[in-house]
Write a protein that binds this ligand. Structure first.
Ligand SMILES: [Zn+2]
Length: 273
Protein backbone atom coordinates (compact mmCIF):
# COMPACT_ATOMS: atom_id res chain seq x y z
CA UNK A 1 0.00 0.00 0.00
CA UNK A 2 2.81 2.36 1.01
CA UNK A 3 4.67 1.62 -2.25
CA UNK A 4 1.49 2.35 -4.21
CA UNK A 5 1.07 5.71 -2.44
CA UNK A 6 4.71 6.65 -3.09
CA UNK A 7 4.28 5.74 -6.77
CA UNK A 8 1.20 7.99 -7.02
CA UNK A 9 3.04 10.87 -5.33
CA UNK A 10 6.02 10.52 -7.71
CA UNK A 11 3.70 10.37 -10.73
CA UNK A 12 1.77 13.49 -9.63
CA UNK A 13 5.05 15.35 -8.94
CA UNK A 14 6.29 14.63 -12.48
CA UNK A 15 2.98 15.86 -13.94
CA UNK A 16 3.12 19.05 -11.85
CA UNK A 17 6.76 19.75 -12.80
CA UNK A 18 5.94 19.40 -16.50
CA UNK A 19 2.90 21.64 -16.24
CA UNK A 20 5.00 24.28 -14.51
CA UNK A 21 7.72 23.99 -17.16
CA UNK A 22 5.31 24.51 -20.07
CA UNK A 23 3.87 27.60 -18.44
CA UNK A 24 7.33 29.07 -18.01
CA UNK A 25 8.50 28.41 -21.54
CA UNK A 26 6.04 30.83 -23.08
CA UNK A 27 8.40 33.77 -22.94
CA UNK A 28 11.74 32.43 -21.83
CA UNK A 29 14.41 33.52 -24.30
CA UNK A 30 17.09 31.49 -22.59
CA UNK A 31 15.76 28.05 -23.52
CA UNK A 32 18.68 25.71 -24.10
CA UNK A 33 17.40 25.04 -27.57
CA UNK A 34 18.49 28.53 -28.62
CA UNK A 35 21.89 28.29 -26.97
CA UNK A 36 23.66 27.33 -30.13
CA UNK A 37 25.18 29.06 -33.10
CA UNK A 38 22.78 27.55 -35.61
CA UNK A 39 20.73 30.73 -35.67
CA UNK A 40 23.55 32.50 -37.44
CA UNK A 41 24.22 29.85 -40.07
CA UNK A 42 20.67 28.88 -40.92
CA UNK A 43 19.08 32.29 -40.84
CA UNK A 44 15.58 31.01 -40.37
CA UNK A 45 14.01 34.49 -40.47
CA UNK A 46 11.32 33.29 -38.13
CA UNK A 47 10.51 35.18 -34.97
CA UNK A 48 11.70 33.34 -31.85
CA UNK A 49 8.24 33.71 -30.39
CA UNK A 50 4.83 34.32 -31.80
CA UNK A 51 4.14 38.04 -31.59
CA UNK A 52 1.59 38.95 -28.97
CA UNK A 53 0.03 42.27 -28.08
CA UNK A 54 2.43 43.02 -25.23
CA UNK A 55 5.58 41.25 -26.36
CA UNK A 56 8.42 43.55 -27.45
CA UNK A 57 11.65 42.52 -29.11
CA UNK A 58 14.82 44.40 -28.18
CA UNK A 59 18.05 44.12 -30.19
CA UNK A 60 21.13 45.40 -28.35
CA UNK A 61 23.75 46.21 -30.99
CA UNK A 62 27.29 47.36 -30.22
CA UNK A 63 29.40 49.17 -32.82
CA UNK A 64 33.14 49.76 -33.33
CA UNK A 65 34.61 46.77 -31.46
CA UNK A 66 36.89 45.16 -30.75
CA UNK A 67 38.09 47.98 -28.54
CA UNK A 68 38.64 48.50 -24.84
CA UNK A 69 35.15 47.86 -23.43
CA UNK A 70 34.40 44.81 -25.60
CA UNK A 71 35.60 42.50 -22.79
CA UNK A 72 32.92 43.91 -20.45
CA UNK A 73 30.18 43.68 -23.08
CA UNK A 74 31.13 40.04 -23.64
CA UNK A 75 31.18 39.03 -19.98
CA UNK A 76 27.82 40.69 -19.25
CA UNK A 77 26.27 38.89 -22.21
CA UNK A 78 27.50 35.59 -20.75
CA UNK A 79 26.52 36.43 -17.18
CA UNK A 80 22.92 37.28 -18.10
CA UNK A 81 22.60 34.99 -21.14
CA UNK A 82 21.69 38.17 -22.98
CA UNK A 83 21.55 38.02 -26.77
CA UNK A 84 23.48 40.83 -28.44
CA UNK A 85 24.83 41.75 -31.86
CA UNK A 86 28.28 43.27 -32.34
CA UNK A 87 29.44 45.14 -35.44
CA UNK A 88 33.19 44.74 -35.82
CA UNK A 89 35.69 47.07 -37.50
CA UNK A 90 38.24 44.81 -39.24
CA UNK A 91 41.12 47.25 -38.96
CA UNK A 92 40.95 47.22 -35.15
CA UNK A 93 42.42 43.72 -35.15
CA UNK A 94 45.73 45.21 -36.29
CA UNK A 95 45.94 47.50 -33.26
CA UNK A 96 46.54 44.97 -30.49
CA UNK A 97 46.54 41.31 -29.56
CA UNK A 98 44.05 42.10 -26.81
CA UNK A 99 41.55 43.18 -29.45
CA UNK A 100 42.10 39.88 -31.30
CA UNK A 101 41.33 38.09 -28.04
CA UNK A 102 38.18 40.16 -27.49
CA UNK A 103 36.97 39.23 -30.98
CA UNK A 104 37.65 35.52 -30.32
CA UNK A 105 35.68 35.77 -27.10
CA UNK A 106 32.79 37.33 -29.02
CA UNK A 107 32.94 34.55 -31.62
CA UNK A 108 32.90 31.84 -28.96
CA UNK A 109 30.05 33.41 -26.98
CA UNK A 110 26.80 31.63 -27.97
CA UNK A 111 24.75 34.72 -27.09
CA UNK A 112 26.65 37.04 -29.40
CA UNK A 113 26.22 37.41 -33.10
CA UNK A 114 29.23 38.92 -34.86
CA UNK A 115 28.65 41.09 -37.93
CA UNK A 116 30.54 43.51 -40.14
CA UNK A 117 30.98 47.27 -39.62
CA UNK A 118 33.50 47.65 -42.51
CA UNK A 119 37.27 47.30 -42.54
CA UNK A 120 38.33 50.94 -42.34
CA UNK A 121 35.30 52.61 -40.69
CA UNK A 122 35.54 54.98 -43.66
CA UNK A 123 38.63 56.45 -41.93
CA UNK A 124 35.91 58.63 -40.42
CA UNK A 125 35.61 60.53 -43.75
CA UNK A 126 32.10 59.50 -44.58
CA UNK A 127 31.20 61.67 -47.61
CA UNK A 128 34.39 60.67 -49.41
CA UNK A 129 33.85 56.99 -48.52
CA UNK A 130 30.26 56.84 -49.79
CA UNK A 131 31.07 58.70 -53.02
CA UNK A 132 32.93 55.55 -54.16
CA UNK A 133 30.44 52.65 -54.10
CA UNK A 134 32.96 50.07 -55.38
CA UNK A 135 35.43 51.09 -52.70
CA UNK A 136 32.73 50.60 -50.03
CA UNK A 137 31.93 47.12 -51.33
CA UNK A 138 35.65 46.20 -51.34
CA UNK A 139 36.02 47.54 -47.80
CA UNK A 140 33.15 45.38 -46.49
CA UNK A 141 34.37 42.31 -48.40
CA UNK A 142 37.87 42.78 -46.99
CA UNK A 143 36.51 42.83 -43.44
CA UNK A 144 34.20 39.88 -44.07
CA UNK A 145 37.11 37.74 -45.29
CA UNK A 146 39.39 38.84 -42.48
CA UNK A 147 36.79 38.06 -39.82
CA UNK A 148 35.66 34.84 -41.50
CA UNK A 149 32.03 35.82 -41.13
CA UNK A 150 29.21 33.54 -42.23
CA UNK A 151 26.52 36.21 -42.26
CA UNK A 152 26.06 39.26 -44.44
CA UNK A 153 24.38 41.55 -41.91
CA UNK A 154 26.24 44.86 -41.94
CA UNK A 155 26.02 48.31 -40.42
CA UNK A 156 27.37 51.26 -42.36
CA UNK A 157 29.85 53.48 -40.52
CA UNK A 158 28.48 56.94 -39.72
CA UNK A 159 25.09 56.35 -41.37
CA UNK A 160 21.77 55.10 -40.01
CA UNK A 161 20.73 53.28 -43.17
CA UNK A 162 18.43 50.28 -43.53
CA UNK A 163 18.19 48.15 -46.65
CA UNK A 164 16.94 44.59 -46.42
CA UNK A 165 13.86 42.59 -47.26
CA UNK A 166 13.03 45.14 -50.01
CA UNK A 167 12.59 47.74 -47.29
CA UNK A 168 14.82 50.81 -47.13
CA UNK A 169 15.25 53.83 -44.85
CA UNK A 170 17.43 56.93 -45.28
CA UNK A 171 19.08 55.76 -48.50
CA UNK A 172 18.62 58.85 -50.70
CA UNK A 173 22.18 60.23 -50.41
CA UNK A 174 23.94 56.88 -50.78
CA UNK A 175 21.63 55.12 -53.24
CA UNK A 176 24.34 53.76 -55.56
CA UNK A 177 26.37 52.37 -52.67
CA UNK A 178 23.33 50.81 -51.02
CA UNK A 179 22.22 49.21 -54.28
CA UNK A 180 25.67 47.74 -54.89
CA UNK A 181 25.83 46.31 -51.36
CA UNK A 182 22.33 44.81 -51.45
CA UNK A 183 22.94 43.38 -54.95
CA UNK A 184 25.93 41.61 -53.39
CA UNK A 185 23.72 40.05 -50.73
CA UNK A 186 24.42 42.40 -47.83
CA UNK A 187 21.62 43.29 -45.42
CA UNK A 188 21.98 46.78 -43.99
CA UNK A 189 20.63 47.29 -40.49
CA UNK A 190 20.52 50.73 -38.87
CA UNK A 191 19.05 51.53 -35.48
CA UNK A 192 15.87 52.92 -33.89
CA UNK A 193 17.36 54.47 -30.76
CA UNK A 194 20.87 55.31 -29.57
CA UNK A 195 22.25 55.47 -26.06
CA UNK A 196 24.51 58.41 -26.76
CA UNK A 197 27.97 58.98 -25.35
CA UNK A 198 30.34 61.84 -24.71
CA UNK A 199 32.65 62.06 -27.77
CA UNK A 200 35.71 62.88 -25.65
CA UNK A 201 35.37 60.67 -22.56
CA UNK A 202 33.31 58.01 -24.40
CA UNK A 203 31.16 57.69 -21.28
CA UNK A 204 27.43 57.05 -21.77
CA UNK A 205 25.23 60.11 -21.38
CA UNK A 206 22.72 59.61 -18.58
CA UNK A 207 22.05 56.55 -16.46
CA UNK A 208 20.71 53.19 -17.57
CA UNK A 209 17.44 54.03 -15.80
CA UNK A 210 17.08 57.25 -17.84
CA UNK A 211 17.86 55.53 -21.12
CA UNK A 212 15.53 52.64 -20.31
CA UNK A 213 12.70 55.13 -19.74
CA UNK A 214 13.21 56.55 -23.26
CA UNK A 215 13.37 53.06 -24.74
CA UNK A 216 10.15 51.99 -23.02
CA UNK A 217 8.34 55.11 -24.24
CA UNK A 218 9.41 54.50 -27.83
CA UNK A 219 8.54 50.83 -27.94
CA UNK A 220 5.33 51.11 -25.95
CA UNK A 221 3.82 53.53 -28.44
CA UNK A 222 5.68 52.18 -31.51
CA UNK A 223 7.13 55.67 -31.99
CA UNK A 224 9.29 55.90 -35.12
CA UNK A 225 10.20 52.22 -35.19
CA UNK A 226 11.16 50.62 -38.50
CA UNK A 227 9.09 47.59 -37.46
CA UNK A 228 6.42 47.92 -34.73
CA UNK A 229 7.18 46.01 -31.50
CA UNK A 230 10.84 45.72 -32.51
CA UNK A 231 13.51 48.18 -31.40
CA UNK A 232 17.15 48.17 -32.45
CA UNK A 233 19.36 49.87 -29.86
CA UNK A 234 22.72 51.37 -30.83
CA UNK A 235 25.53 51.30 -28.29
CA UNK A 236 29.32 51.48 -28.65
CA UNK A 237 31.83 49.17 -26.97
CA UNK A 238 34.11 51.94 -25.57
CA UNK A 239 31.18 53.35 -23.54
CA UNK A 240 31.66 50.45 -21.15
CA UNK A 241 35.44 50.28 -20.74
CA UNK A 242 35.32 51.64 -17.18
CA UNK A 243 33.94 49.33 -14.50
CA UNK A 244 31.44 51.88 -13.20
CA UNK A 245 30.05 52.35 -16.72
CA UNK A 246 29.94 48.60 -17.38
CA UNK A 247 27.73 48.55 -14.28
CA UNK A 248 25.36 50.88 -16.14
CA UNK A 249 25.13 48.37 -18.99
CA UNK A 250 24.45 45.66 -16.41
CA UNK A 251 21.66 47.83 -15.00
CA UNK A 252 20.14 48.23 -18.47
CA UNK A 253 20.19 44.46 -19.05
CA UNK A 254 18.55 43.73 -15.69
CA UNK A 255 15.88 46.40 -16.27
CA UNK A 256 15.02 44.81 -19.64
CA UNK A 257 15.07 41.27 -18.25
CA UNK A 258 12.84 42.22 -15.32
CA UNK A 259 9.92 42.61 -17.74
CA UNK A 260 8.94 39.20 -19.12
CA UNK A 261 7.32 40.83 -22.15
CA UNK A 262 10.66 42.28 -23.23
CA UNK A 263 12.73 39.76 -25.16
CA UNK A 264 16.39 40.25 -26.08
CA UNK A 265 17.01 38.92 -29.56
CA UNK A 266 19.97 38.74 -32.00
CA UNK A 267 19.61 40.75 -35.22
CA UNK A 268 19.42 37.68 -37.45
CA UNK A 269 15.92 37.24 -35.96
CA UNK A 270 14.77 40.69 -37.02
CA UNK A 271 11.44 40.09 -38.75
CA UNK A 272 11.26 39.82 -42.50
CA UNK A 273 7.86 40.93 -43.68
ZN1 LIG B 1 30.88 52.99 -36.07
Amino acid sequence: MLKFLIAIIVFLSIVMINLFKDGNNICDIDDDVYIQREFIKNRPHKPLYQPSANRKFIYLSFDDGPLNGSQNVNSLSLKYKAYMSVFIVGEHLLISNNYKRYLNNYIQNPFIEVSNHSYSHANNQYSKFYSNPKGVLEDFNKSMNLLGLDNKIIRLPGRNIWAFDNRTQNISKTKDTVNLLTNNGFKLIGWDIEWRYDPITKKPIGTAQEFFKKLVKRIKHNQELVTPSNIVVLLHDPMFRKKCKAKELENLITLIKANKNYVLVPLSRYPII
